[in-house]
Write a protein that binds this ligand. Structure first.
Ligand code: FPP
Length: 254
């Protein structure tokens, strides 16, 4: 842990309860080394392991990683195939280590388009780790924020049509229950690596009050020190949730 973060940890709420990361820059990392883009993804899988370990060591309760967006199917077929293989092989090689580290694995997204082998393995991995009480590691795969909002709306419409729900009972809090991460704290800190500054259809509903942090580092180079820098920046933000700075300073409840 860097000195900066250690100092903050003793005095203030430096540790986000939920970190959500867009892992960007694999392709550029590979191109800079005249390697195929897929070499960047393989190196990116090593960064995933480093960052998961760092979150476990720092007792961060939830980490959500954007592994494959609904739009990533538009990439060259070969790259998509290699990514799917990488998900499966990484899952297979890491599941034991994750289980021993008390990590609970969760997958969000529309998995219908995945191979039956990958789908089965996802179910197995979730089942195997469901009783773990350490880090909750959420992998967003074939996920899109708009898809999440839409699937919630669809299920709400079904409940209304079946008479289980009246449109008058529909509040923001109620809607939230139908979205993908309803049982977890909302992300406190969003990190995007690779220098771009956009959300790219990640957790649109859930990011309403999240602190955004953009890093120039390409994902395959990302490490625990980078995570500490992001947490240190987070600790220095004043989160107002719509209140004035004076109200926040007084500790008024929102
Ligand atoms: C974006 O970089 C990265 C992806 C679309 C894939 C992310 C996948 C991994 C990190 C591999 C392992 C993941 C797990 C969960 C096992 P990019 O290709 O868009 O990079 P670029 O912007 O430089 O082209």
């Amino acid at each position: 842990m860097s000195n900066d973060v250690q100092a903050l940890s003793s005095t203030s709420d430096w540790r986000p309860r939920h970190v959500a990361i867009v892992m960007d820059g694999n392709g550029r990392w590979a191109q800079q080394r005249s390697l195929p883009r897929t070499a960047g993804h393989r190196e990116g899988a090593k960064a995933v392991r480093r960052v998961v370990e760092a979150c476990v060591e720092r007792n961060i309760p939830v980490l959500t990683l954007f592994a494959f967006s609904s739009e990533n199917w538009r990439r060259p077929r070969r790259e998509v195939e290699i990514l799917m293989n990488l998900f499966l092989t990484t899952l297979r090689s890491e599941i034991r280590r994750l289980d021993v580290a008390n990590v609970r694995l969760r997958f969000i997204g529309d998995h219908g388009a995945f191979s039956p082998t990958l789908r089965d393995y996802i179910t197995k991995a979730e089942k195997r780790t469901m009783r773990n009480t350490g880090l909750t590691l959420v992998i967003a795969a074939n996920y899109g924020g708009r898809w999440d909002i839409l699937q919630a709306a669809r299920r709400i419409a079904e409940d209304v049509a079946a008479g289980r729900l009246s449109p008058n009972d529909l509040t923001t809090e109620f809607y939230h229950r139908y979205t993908c991460l309803a049982d977890l704290p909302e992300p406190d800190l969003f990190i995007r690596t690779g220098g771009e500054q956009r959300i790219s259809n990640f957790l649109l509903w859930q990011l309403a009050y999240t602190e955004l942090y953009f890093s120039e580092r390409l994902w395959p180079d990302y490490d625990a020190g980078d995570l500490d820098a992001a947490c240190a920046a987070f600790a220095n933000r004043l989160r107002r949730f719509g209140q004035t700075s004076e109200q926040v300073a007084r500790g008024d409840h929102a």
